[in-house]
Write a protein that binds this ligand. Structure first.
Ligand code: ADP
Ligand code: MG
Length: 172
């Protein structure tokens, strides 16, 4: 067995025509694992009703792992910066009022396809449209006070994680 065949196999590009080593054939059968990190917030409506543990349980039951977590009181500036993408929307000011109305729990979640998985477990923004069993369907009070935030892409996850956490805060 030559080194190039091993390297190709570990990268999932094993080509049987290039190697006679049958022991590494199985590598082609293993689906690609996409371990990601995403950013999550347990919003003030949920912390106020003592639902922090229940929300975390939903995330953990879905296979997501909490690798960083902090309970904070968001400042107005932090909320406005975090939701800057929505600053032209009619609900922006009310959203920032809501997000600073009580403690929130900011957290980093890790797992396979974590960004999409977290969005799936949270459900649609509007709890009336959220699938049964999702966090928002179960716990949200309204389209604004909807219990949880989750990054919508890997790119935004990285930005949002860095907004609240430094590398040393994240222990996977
Ligand atoms: P999501 O949190 O599902 O990604 P958005 O990014 O569109 O949803 O909106 C960010 C947050 O702004 C929502 O989670 C919710 O708290 C609030 N929000 C969204 N749409 C409305 C609305 N029409 N009225 C009031 N608040 C809203
Ligand atoms: Mg969003």
């Amino acid at each position: 067995m030559g080194a190039p065949a091993v390297a190709e196999a570990s990268e999932g590009r094993y080509n049987p025509a290039k190697s006679l080593n049958p022991q590494i054939l199985y590598l082609e059968e293993i689906p690609a694992m996409a371990i990601q990190r995403t950013f999550s917030i347990i919003k003030p409506d949920a912390t106020r009703r003592n639902l922090t543990g229940k929300v975390v349980a939903r995330l953990e039951e879905a296979g997501l792992r909490v690798v960083a977590q902090r309970r904070i009181q968001m400042t107005r500036a932090q909320a406005e910066g975090f939701y800057a993408v929505h600053k032209e929307r009619p609900f922006f000011s009310s959203l920032c009022d809501f997000m600073t109305s009580g403690p929130v729990v900011v957290q980093v979640l890790e797992g396979e396809n974590a960004v999409e998985k977290n969005r799936e477990v949270m459900g649609a923004t509007d709890p009336a449209k959220a699938a049964p069993g999702t966090i928002r369907a179960e716990f949200a009070e309204s389209i604004e006070a909807n219990s949880a935030h989750g990054s919508d892409s890997q790119e935004n996850a990285a930005i949002e994680i860095a907004y609240f956490f430094s590398q040393v805060d994240i222990v996977g």
